[in-house]
Design a protein around this ligand. Sequence first.
Ligand code: AP5
Length: 215
Amino acid sequence: MDIVLLGPPGAGKGTQARLLIEKLGTPQISTGEILREARKAQTEMGLKAQTYMDAGKLVPDEVVVGIISERLLKDDCKNGFILDGFPRTVPQAQALEVMLKQQSKSLDAVVNFSVDSEELTNRLSGRRTCEKCGAGYHADFSPSKQEGVCDKCGGKLIQRDDDKEDTIKKRLEVYNKQTAPLIDYYRQKGTLKDVNGLGAVEDIFNQVLRVLGLS
Ligand code: AP5
């Protein structure tokens, strides 16, 4: 299946994508992750993206469209993919449609997670990620056994640079202005599947499976 996970920052796209990988065996493609890796490696693209990300703004469309058009051509996407954090603007959605058309494909579903902004802020400010294996935690909702240490690999847990209070606020504003219009865009195309993103991770995953016709 070719799936897009849509929702505001902290809605649980990454969390649900990791569960879907196990179910579907298709790759999760997170533009945020790819950009953070590029930053770490100090590539030209990574350095360009850094200023936008730290300010809570979107990286220019041409940069992310370039990333995705290369990534979707890789062999592991032949049997499907889970896009997490792309598209985020209408021009990105239109570019995706063109890319898929060139491969005689179209999206199977766009799963839209809705969560209120108070909950989003709580989730993002408590999020911790293992710098070694990428496992996700939350300081209050799903803490590691030993503070600051990953349960899975013993790596160090870090807070993302853009999970600071001011940047979270900006990211939510940017979502409402630039990304939320995609809800109507995909609803009109008939591919949107609404999921209530509040509640236990497993319950939300069951909803996702249901809307995708997988349960
Ligand atoms: P990106 O990395 O994509 O960040 P985001 O969309 O802001 O999403 P997040 O990763 O913050 O949240 P999520 O929905 O994945 O939630 P998660 O599962 O982690 O993008 C970062 C930046 O890169 C952007 O700001 C932009 O600058 C740039 N960028 C990326 N893509 C771009 C694009 N296409 N165009 C332009 N620029 C782009 O969960 C969050 C926390 O909540 C975790 O701690 C988790 O444990 C917890 N949690 C999850 N589910 C639950 C639950 N049900 N109950 C309680 N806690 C929960």
